[in-house]
Design a protein around this ligand. Structure first.
Ligand SMILES: Cc1ncc(COP(=O)(O)O)c(C=O)c1O
Length: 448
């Protein structure tokens, strides 16, 4: 347990080797890494090794991993079935200039499980997957604009780098959000191509869609806002989107790169609402780089190179569907039976209820959101409807809690979202809540 009440001092004192690595890294990498989404101030820990539920940093500190590489590692680090499958393949070649049967095995597993998948294609990232769903939607509808919700994250290509983590004070009305760039360097006209709707505000969002219906190729949505806080959509909101898009010749895309943890059929099975196309990533690669997109045969056939005239939509990628990733993914899905999903959800529900108890006992307003094995902690008593409610939370306090949890031996995402793996049991759930209690007690003591 941390000796001091100052979380930052404790963090600095216990991560000196990580700091030295980070200082060196900055000589070669801007900001010392290649992934801005996992940077945290003052600098991140550098990982030395990981196994099961444990991540050990370069200073030798062992932490429980409650995020699993931004929700990817549903079986924990280096699970035996995945390691064995990959070991067997490595000696037979890493990547070929022709397809292998392993791809077919993973494709079959996904098509059997995901309600919207008649056919699927593999990529190396969720970013490429969402890019392809949008491109296919444009090809099939002959229209160009897309609609997305404020706060929705769909990867880092131009079309979706709009209105992700905006500053609400500078992004128009809550009911009529402006399309805001999520990065500098977007191509000219990118913002004009995106209609931004407020999450979970059914009537207002529908009105905005109505105004643009003749120009919209697709509506893309995470059925649960993932990286900004694990906030589930309401059934009413998703049903409106399903009905509206079907009535107006618009492709409905569910981005389930994170929410595929909800059940073996993803959030679409959980809600009983089937989109036209779906993008996947993260857990389906068993810890290796992956993305996948799929949908109705009539849409996916656009990619078929064996048809007369060739494919209508181009799709290439040197490492797409490489046998190592396909095997790791299939070995992971083999483990993920409905019973495993159920067990993960039950453990996570237990964790959520224990976190709420801590809040109640310490008289700190806490809400815990999420579906299945995913959870997000929010320190507010206000109703959480959409992105702006999450953006209104006290960022400095949240960061203090995040550093405090690191000091207590718990690794989450820096915005306090987490993911439970099969390697985390009730003992670890109790360790999490005991750690959170100590962190919050220190914060209260400091405030008084
Ligand atoms: C919902 C969602 N879509 C797409 C992506 C992009 O996936 P990748 O990081 O594999 O490019 C992410 C990544 O976190 C995501 O959360």
């Amino acid at each position: 347990m941390a000796e001091t009440t100052n979380e930052l001092d404790q963090y600095l004192a216990s991560t000196t080797k990580s700091k030295a690595l980070w200082e060196d890294a900055k000589n070669y990498l801007p900001g010392g890494d290649s992934r801005n989404s996992i940077f945290w101030a003052p600098y991140p820990i550098f990982v030395d090794h990981a196994k099961g539920a444990h991540v050990v940093d370069s200073d030798g500190t062992d932490r429980l991993d409650f995020i699993g590489t931004m929700t990817t590692l549903i079986l924990g680090h280096s699970p035996k079935p995945v390691v064995d499958a990959v070991d067997q393949q490595i000696g037979k070649g890493m990547v070929y200039n022709a397809p292998s049967a392993h791809q077919v095995r993973l494709a079959r597993l996904l098509c059997e499980r995901i309600p919207s998948f008649d056919l699927v294609r593999f990529t190396n990232s969720g970013t490429e997957a969402t890019l392809n769903t949008i491109r296919a939607a444009r090809a099939v509808t002959g229209k160009s604009k897309i609609a997305k919700v404020e706060g929705g994250y769909h990867g880092s290509h131009d079309q979706v780098s709009v209105s992700v983590r905006t500053n609400p004070a500078k992004s128009g009305e809550r009911t009529r959000p402006d399309a805001m760039p999520a990065t500098e360097g977007l191509g000219e006209g990118t913002l004009d191509q995106v209609v931004v709707i407020p999450f979970n505000e059914t009537t207002i969002a529908k009105r905005r869609l109505e105004e643009n219906k003749d120009d919209l190729a697709a509506v893309i949505i995470e059925p649960m806002l993932g990286s900004v806080g694990m906030l589930p959509a309401t059934s009413e909101f998703l049903s409106m989107l399903r009905e509206f898009t079907a009535d107006n010749g618009i492709i409905l895309i569910f981005d389930e790169v994170i929410s595929y943890r909800a059940s073996s059929g993803g959030c679409q099975e959980y809600y009983g609402i089937t989109p036209d196309m779906t993008s996947l990533g993260k857990i389906i690669g068993g810890g290796f780089s992956i993305g996948a997109f799929g949908g109705k045969k009539s849409i996916m056939d656009l990619y078929d190179p064996s048809q007369t005239g060739g494919p209508r939509v181009a799709h290439a990628g040197t490492f797409n569907a490489n046998p190592v990733t396909m095997l790791a993914g299939a070995a992971t899905l083999d483990e993920l039976t409905p019973a495993v999903y159920q067990e993960l959800a039950e453990k996570t529900d237990y964790l959520k209820s224990e976190i709420l108890k801590v809040g109640k006992e310490l008289e700190i307003p806490i809400q815990v959101t999420g579906i299945g094995s995913l959870f997000g902690i929010h320190f507010t008593g206000e109703e959480l409807v959409g992105y702006r409610d999450i953006a209104a939370e006290d960022a400095a306090f949240r960061h203090k809690v995040f550093l405090g949890m690191l000091n207590e031996g718990i690794l989450m995402a820096s915005n306090l979202v987490g993911a439970v793996s099969t390697e985390l049991g009730i003992t670890e759930m109790d360790a999490f809540t005991a750690a959170l209690r100590r962190v919050l007690e220190r914060a209260l003591a400091q405030a008084n």
